[in-house]
Design a protein around this ligand. Sequence first.
Ligand SMILES: [Zn+2]
Length: 338
Amino acid sequence: MRRFVFTKADGRKLLLYAHTGRPGPPLPDRLRGHPGPVHLRRHPLLDEWVIYAPERQERTYHPPAGACPFCPGGEVPFAEFEIAVLENRFPALREDPGEPPRLPVVAAPARGRAEVVIYTPEHEGSLATLPQDRRRLLARVWNDRYRELLALPEVRYVFPFENRGEAVGVTLAHPHGQIYAYPFVPPIPQREARAFAERAVLAELWPDLEAYRVAARPGFLAFVPPFARYPYEVWVAPEAPHPGPWSFSDAELDAFADLLGEVVARLDALFERPMPYVMAFHAAPKGIERFHFHVEFQPRLRAKDRLKYLAGTELGAGAFTADVLPEAAARALRGVRP
Ligand SMILES: [Zn+2]
């Protein structure tokens, strides 16, 4: 993998990743970032941080055709590229966040990073339709970001994710994901780290996952967890516990990337329409070894034309109700022809 580092006209960093060649001819670099002050406030009842980034109200919302910021000549001022990573134009976490205002609650600077990962220069597509070598390159890009961002002294947790579809509020259709590098460990990985410190939860579950299998590659399984909270929720995990994908071998990275693509293809085939989802990487917080890296897909359709909404019991009380049994969801996802 080759990596080219550029500084955009507004000072933001742009990284281009390629198998071999250099990026294509340069184009004008017109889009400017809007970094505003950002800060954290402590929720005193839930004991967790809330990130405030008011500048994000101004972010791009459903750009007209031909004005996609992720097509060549938008954020990436090159006519050709393979995969691009750049700092978010409207960052929620920043290297220079400014000081928080005086408040009646505990506050802190939102010092970190918010990056966008553009999977392809093509406007249409998905993790499922990317060429295999591009998907495998993407897995290496994620690892490069893990290494670089985890090495920053202020960063405690690195979180690659993808929001897909209008149902989860995505306003840009171009295939892309994001990476947040937080100055704290968010609640979910914190709870997971506590669970893995006590027991090898996923490894203990492994022998019983056959009925929940969706797809597999050597050493990797895609499965509906027997305790799924979302209809058609799918996890992708290596059989051997790894703190993160950074400790995978080259062959394991390829298997991992291929399996992610197959999961998206199966989710899309299920209702014969692109499945809106959140894809979340769950790696170990910095400095923690006892963890079992996995990727969680949280799809939002429970039927072809029915969205799963989070409402009273989920949002108000934190208790999920599920409409689809995990073993039935696994059977359905196994049965589709992607
Ligand atoms: Zn585009």
